[in-house]
Design a protein around this ligand. Sequence first.
Ligand code: EPZ
Length: 418
Amino acid sequence: MEKLVITGGNKLKGEVTVSGAKNAVVAIIPAALLVEGVCRIENVPDINDVTVIVDMLKQLGSAVNYINNNTIEIDCSVVNSYTAPYEMVKKMRASYYLLGALLGRFNKAEVAFPGGCDFGVRPIDQHIKGFEALGVKVEMEHGVIHACTDKIAAAQIYMDVVSVGATINVMLAAVKADGITIIENAAKEPHIVDVANFLNAMGANIRGAGTDVIKVKGVDKLTGGTYSIIPDQIEAGTFMIAAAASGGDVVVKNVIPKHLESITAKLIEMNVNVDEYDDAVRVWRTDKLLKANVKTLPYPGFPTDLQPPVAVLLAMAEGTSIVTEGVWDSRFQYIDELKRMGANIKVEGRVAVIEGVAKLSGAPVKATDLRAGAAMVIAGIVADGITEVHDLKHIDRGYENFEAKLLSLGADIKRIKI
Ligand code: EPZ
């Protein structure tokens, strides 16, 4: 077991380069199951979620070759299994992408109900609704989802809920269907576009990704090719917030500024300076933080995955801020940890009322999930004294070289075995 030990008070300064997007790559690697040929995927973040999903593909029979830490080649031509048992999928939520990918490949999938971060109820009814509309029979037995059909039939599907996972899963299942599948009320996140671009680069015909209507015209087959993953919007936002929280001056490189607009706008509202360049943003702060209200929403709204980091910022802003979680039922488990560092926050259902305090004070805390873990690290960087962050497995799932990047920006942070 390991913990991070952070001595707070250093202002973050310098440049940091953002890695490839976790939530794109965890869908694109399973999507390789649909490809008859070698896919070379570049800008793959070196994170545990990638190790886990690569392992799942290997267990299904794929050949996966690491060219270097951030480039992999996947060949799924000899895969002949459509079964992913609980032992294989329990470590990550995104294993539900095996359902869409295996269905698209074999018209059949048997995948155990996935694990992942706990934000309350995490249904997959929209995934199932989408598959059923494509003519797939879906049954759940002993914790395993059994999905099968003779032929995936193109369909028009209206999603009742804007869901990243369901939108991608239906794209995966429909990519080789006969005819044109139309997904309405689709999610618009940057990683949806990235998955569609990957599939198109392999020979698919998907239009409209990034809008709320996606059209998937079925093709006979996907052949191999090379694809580079987009920069991680949430990692970029995490460093932007860390820079602002510490009163530092950081250039966050390898980003798509358009993907960061909701974050940039909120930081500016809070009295933080942000300059945009072609593929970088500079974030710096010299004045006090001002309160703001934040409501998380599907893209292009403020991302739910940055709700914990932004709460740290608001915990130190003058006045009362209100954070409303608009995506998940329960994503405030980390607030109790933040309170132990002196934050003054009350949670009522999906709303947190944050009274800014003059300073946070270092304490032992735990990462209750991935983004909550990042929030604890940011809190440690700005707090008085020493903060220990425990349960690093969550952080390691999704941030590449997190403490090395922070160290290079001047944070006093080290990883210690316990
Ligand atoms: C993705 O989860 C991300 N995970 C999450 O990132 C992120 O928080 C979330 O999208 C929202 O942006 C991956 O991409 C691997 P959803 P996903 O389906 O796809 C409800 C992180 O920290 N819903 O868009 O599982 C659901 O309950 C994480 O990187 C249904 O009701 O999220 C939620 O309220 C964790 N029925 C909302 O929709 C369904 O069938 C959005 O969920 C599916 C979802």
